[in-house]
Design a protein around this ligand. Structure first.
Ligand code: TYD
Length: 139
């Protein structure tokens, strides 16, 4: 069962250049799983919060491609906030943790890689349900 200690900031390669910088991420390397899905969150109005949910199976890797935001991770016992504000850092969030994203800066762009295709049944969207599943060792 995952805990917040399994959440990791991963520094990605970066090539700094007068022409502009370049970073990259490879599956099963910097991103510690096979990527089946990618999606991005943009045009988030000030004060909005996104992604209040947990996954049964989906591991995630989150990058602030532009701007900054917080990812709050919660394993039912402890919470930790990671501020992502550089495009060469990724946050690995394994399945089985509650996570929320907030404090988006203007024009921020969150890129997320997932280990699973989109499947509604993989989401736990109610926090009390998550706590119960966690206590019962079901997530
Ligand atoms: P939602 O899961 O509510 O976003 P958040 O991560 O902030 O909780 O996703 C919004 C809508 O987008 C929802 O109707 C489901 C849909 N969606 C897909 O169809 N495929 C995807 O890969 C994702 C991430 C979302």
């Amino acid at each position: 069962m995952a805990t917040i200690n399994d959440v990791k900031i991963i520094e990605l390669p970066k090539f700094l250049d007068a022409r502009g910088n370049l970073s990259f991420a490879e599956q099963n390397n910097h991103i510690p799983f096979e990527i089946k899905r990618t999606y991005w969150i943009y045009d988030v109005p000030g004060g909005e919060s996104r992604g209040g949910h947990a996954f049964f199976k989906n591991h995630e890797f989150i990058v602030a491609l532009s701007g900054a935001f917080d990812v709050v991770v919660d394993d039912g016992e402890q919470k930790k906030t990671f501020r992502l504000n550089r495009s060469y850092y990724g946050l690995f969030v394994p399945a089985g943790l509650w996570r929320e994203m907030n404090n988006f800066s203007t024009n921020s762009l969150a890129l997320e890689f997932g280990s699973e295709h989109y499947y509604k049944g993989d989401y736990v969207r109610n926090y009390d349900d998550f706590i119960k599943l966690k206590k019962d060792g079901k997530i």
